[in-house]
Design a protein around this ligand. Structure first.
Ligand SMILES: [Zn+2]
Length: 606
């Protein structure tokens, strides 16, 4: 994650693209998407944000405006505010949304009793442990079988043994349980059972490094090569630096006589890289809920953000919201036949139209109070040295009317930023055709969507169904979307859209106020001072991926995706030449060492 100053000018054009949340089209998709329930989202957000920033008196200001002037696109001006369809307010609460649109208060720095300045010997040992962890090829494949059945899990047993041998004191003091064989759960029982546990999370599986990419790696993917500045290899940044730091930190504290008052839990999944983590945290989280009950944990901290130069000022940017997730399969069934008498469009041609329809009608670019990215921009407007003045003025004086301008302008500056400003569409797999003289009977495509903070699985499906149904109609094919009919019922000539696996709604927002926020943000400030020694700004930030903590929303509202490393200290996650800096590893270590102690000393509200 790296923020650069915006250089491009804002655009003011409006979009005429279909919106996933416009209620006008709802009847069409519902014909086959029987459970589709339309949500009047844009209107809600528009009115909401207007109320949030200007008060109710001005909420009618845009009631007759056209789309160019409506802060949330062209639906907001047409739809009324309907209590019973106000799901965004229901989901977040009006007061919460109001808070999301402002930068949270910055708490005072909190310092732990014991700080750990590693000496040369400790530094050497730390780096060696980290490199050893990278050398164990714990690759996680999408088609992995059960832990005891699939031989590809063998390195995971090696990893467990290595962990036990490398951190004997921590293993002696903790109750270590292996959930579903490979999940690692280490509980350091606190002396005061009335205090809710702190849970630190990291995963020990890594994305596979296929052998046909080995020649593109500067150092072999499981070498754990130490060039004096970086540790190289698959898992070096995602996520073994964090896992090793967690065990090093607790070990050092135990050696120093630390006896937890608040229970500390280290929780390690083994299939985080398989989107739904069914075997790892999918087992561990329900197990913990059984043990500690709903809301039974004080705080969960998972991999995620770190510190960064945000518009010229050092910021810590913990992920306090996460986009949703959905995969679909589109199938086109056609008559097939001899390629000497083809129709105007074969199944592949029709699939091309569907792909083009999806790519040419993207989800709207937007910035709403539901997005933690808006909160981060508000913090930048208040605290960042080189945040463009024009944008400050937008946010501070123009309020929500400026959000579409900001969204458009920001989205044109980088793909990473664009991904924070709306639902994304990625067509990733296409299959169809078997022979050059035969027309394809079945063509399929798999498409991935990362759902915007203000949208839902339902609104995303609605957008897709509307586009696909139009293509089906144009080609004289039957259409069935999501909850509609099975392919077999469609008579061989159809466009069929269905979910692939499970879909995830956008994550609940982590509160940026109250005792636990003060504890978290205060500890960040204490453990990671800015380059000039001053406190850094801690701002909620948004995550576009999904990590294992998605399984923990029942266990606490205080979920932080934050590892504490400096942005740019690693690279190559999920691709060749993955590496992470040794200095970054020490910074993660300092942070984890601090939060264990400050959470232990914390007596405030939960
Ligand atoms: Zn990861």
């Amino acid at each position: 994650m790296s923020e650069k100053t915006i250089t491009s000018q804002p655009h003011f054009e409006s979009t005429s693209l279909p919106s996933p949340v416009q209620a006008q089209g709802r009847g069409k998709a519902s014909r086959s998407a029987s459970t589709w329930r339309p949500r009047i989202l844009l209107g809600t957000i528009f009115l909401l944000a207007t109320v949030v920033n200007f008060g109710p008196a001005l909420s009618g200001r845009f009631s007759n405006s056209n789309s160019e002037h409506s802060p949330f696109g062209n639906a907001g001006s047409k739809q009324g505010f309907q209590e019973d369809e106000n799901w965004v307010v229901e989901k977040y609460g009006l007061e919460e949304l109001k808070k999301y649109a402002t930068c949270p208060e910055q708490p005072k720095a909190i310092y732990p009793n014991l700080t750990w300045e590693l000496n040369d010997e400790e530094r050497k040992k730390s780096v060696e442990l980290y490199a050893q962890a990278v050398r164990i090829p714990t690759e996680s494949f999408d088609d992995n079988g059960e832990p005891k059945a699939d031989p590809r899990w063998a390195p995971f047993y090696d990893f467990q043994t290595w962990l036990k041998d490398s951190f004997p004191l921590a293993h002696e003091k903790a109750k270590v349980e292996y959930i579903n064989t490979l999940g690692i759960l280490a509980t350091f029982e606190g002396s005061d059972p009335s205090l809710k546990p702190l849970l630190l999370m990291s995963h020990y599986d890594v994305v596979p490094a296929p052998s046909d990419t080995f020649d593109r790696w500067t150092h072999p993917p499981f070498s754990g090569y130490n060039d004096g500045k970086y540790i190289w290899g698959r898992g070096a940044s995602d996520d073994k630096t964090l896992l090793v730091a967690q065990w090093e930190a607790i070990t050092h504290l135990l050696e120093s006589g630390f006896q937890p008052r608040r229970t500390l839990i280290l929780s390690h999944g083994f299939d985080e890289e398989e989107v739904f983590a069914r075997r790892g945290q999918g087992h561990i989280a329900p197990f913990l809920e059984e043990r500690y009950g709903k809301d039974g944990l004080l705080m969960v901290i998972d991999e995620g953000g770190g510190t960064d130069n945000f518009y010229g000022t050092p910021f810590a940017l913990p992920g306090m919201g996460e986009k949703g997730y959905m995969d679909i399969v589109i199938s086109v069934g056609t008559a097939g036949g001899h390629s000497s008498v083809p129709p105007v469009h074969s199944g592949i041609g029709i699939m091309s139209q569907l792909v083009t329809a999806l790519e040419n009608n993207p989800f709207p670019t937007k910035l709403t109070p539901a997005s933690p990215y808006l909160t981060a921009l508000q913090c930048a407007a208040s605290h960042a040295a080189s945040f463009p003045r024009k944008y400050s003025r937008f946010l501070k004086t123009e309020g929500p009317t400026s959000y579409p301008h900001l969204a458009k302008s920001l989205s044109s500056t980088s793909l990473a930023r664009k991904a924070l400003l709306g639902t994304t569409t990625a067509v990733d797999v296409v299959n169809g055709g078997v022979k050059v003289n035969a027309l394809p009977e079945l063509v399929t495509a798999k498409v991935n969507f990362r759902i915007d903070f203000s949208e839902s699985i339902a609104s995303t499906q609605h957008h897709i169904a509307k586009l696909a149904e139009k293509v089906a109609e144009d080609n004289g094919l039957l259409f069935s979307g999501f909850e509609g009919r099975e392919k077999e019922e469609l008579g061989g000539r159809y466009v069929h859209v269905e979910l692939l696996g499970e879909a995830l709604e956008p994550a609940p927002r982590t509160p940026a106020e109250g005792g636990v926020w003060d504890l978290f943000a205060g500890t960040v400030k204490g453990a990671i001072p800015g380059p000039d020694g001053k406190d850094i700004i801690v701002s909620p930030y948004a995550s576009t991926g999904n990590t294992d903590c998605k399984m923990y929303y029942n266990l606490t509202k205080n979920v932080y995706r934050f590892m504490g490393s400096q942005a740019g200290s690693g690279g190559g996650a999920h691709t060749v030449d993955e590496k992470a800096s040794i200095e970054g590893h020490y910074q993660i270590l300092r942070w984890v060492h601090a939060i264990i102690q400050t959470a232990d000393a914390y007596t405030g509200e939960e």
